[in-house]
Design a binder for this molecule. Structure first.
Ligand code: ADP
Ligand code: MG
Length: 294
């Protein structure tokens, strides 16, 4: 077991053909370039970047859906970009690195919840007893046990996404990449999925990469990386990243609401400073400012 669970060196990818019917004209400039990054086992990392910046491409490279044009990727110390990497090894990496996508409808394959969750473990060729145990445990982890016999298509968006996550957990992955997995959910569904993400990280020790547009989600991660036009431009703690509101704006992103508010007040000439990562901190910073003024 390697302490660094994901390592990339000068990673780059250029789409030559469109793999997606929706993309007619292929932009031949690199979608990702020179990304060197190390992620430790058990880290909770948020990945930010405006649309088209290369976040999904990065995720698909880590999961071996795509093969790098240049550069190296090591998963748990194993070079997955080496020439001696076999089909069998690819299967192993896909089991180790789970992916949860944006649209839950595209991830559910069966007509009954338990069959859907069992799909992955069945493909691993596990004994029936083991599959049963994994399905029950995964559904319990995502709080969907009572829906075990339900039809996935009748569930809410948040519930569907939780079933999709259960299907991933049942594979016992070491890393889970959430690629905008909360983007299509209502606020309650989103909160449920974020709560599961955090529990999987804190309690099960799973390394979590959360690709998101929601800054309140990113603010909860241990670490925030920002990809801009295919390049890794920021890699720091959430606290540090959200302090730099101007830099975030310059790459088409916003900071947290708290940080935006403090920056706006400061922009209006208020001599205000202090922490603003959480709501409580923002309130305290503003209260201190007001009390000082009196
Ligand atoms: P993000 O996930 O940050 O929105 P992507 O990784 O999806 O960004 O896209 C990065 C770049 O690669 C964009 O310019 C996009 O148009 C291009 N791209 C993404 N998917 C494909 C594809 N299947 N075929 C061709 N080009 C693609
Ligand atoms: Mg994307």
């Amino acid at each position: 077991m390697s302490e660094v669970i994901i390592k990339t060196e000068n990673l780059g990818y250029t789409y030559v053909d469109s793999l997606d019917d929706d993309i007619v004209k292929v932009d031949q400039s690199p979608a990702l370039r020179g990304v060197s990054l190390e992620i430790k086992r058990g880290e909770y990392v948020a990945v930010l970047g405006h649309n088209g910046s290369g976040k999904s491409t990065f995720a698909k490279l880590i999961n071996m859906i795509l093969t790098p044009t240049v550069g190296k990727i090591y998963i748990d110390g194993v070079d997955i970009t080496g020439d001696d990497f076999t089909e069998e090894d690819v299967f192993d990496i896909r089991r180790k690195v789970g992916m949860v996508f944006q649209n839950p409808d595209n991830q559910l394959v069966a007509t009954v919840v338990e069959e859907d969750v069992a799909f992955g473990p069945e493909n691993l060729g596990l004994p029936r007893e083991e599959i049963r145990q994994r399905v029950d445990s995964a559904l319990s982890t995502v709080g969907m046990t009572e829906y075990i016999k339900h039809a996935p298509h009748k569930l809410s968006g948040g519930q569907k996404q939780r079933v999709a996550i259960a299907g991933i957990i049942a594979m016992k992955p070491e890393i889970i990449i959430f690629d905008e997995s909360t983007a299509m959910l209502d606020p309650q569904g989103r909160a449920e999925v974020v709560e599961i993400m955090e529990r999987l990280n804190k309690e099960e020790g799973i390394t979590v990469l959360n690709i998101t547009h929601y800054m309140d989600e990113a603010a909860r991660a241990d670490r925030v990386v920002v990809i801009n036009d295919g390049e890794l431009i920021i890699d720091s703690t959430a606290r540090e990243v959200f302090k730099n509101v101007e830099l975030l704006h310059s790459v088409g992103l916003e900071a947290t609401q708290g940080a935006e508010l403090i920056a706006a007040l400061s922009g209006c000439g208020a001599d205000i400073s202090g922490e603003s990562l959480t709501l409580d901190e923002t309130v305290e910073t503003i209260a201190n400012y007001i009390l000082r003024k009196k």
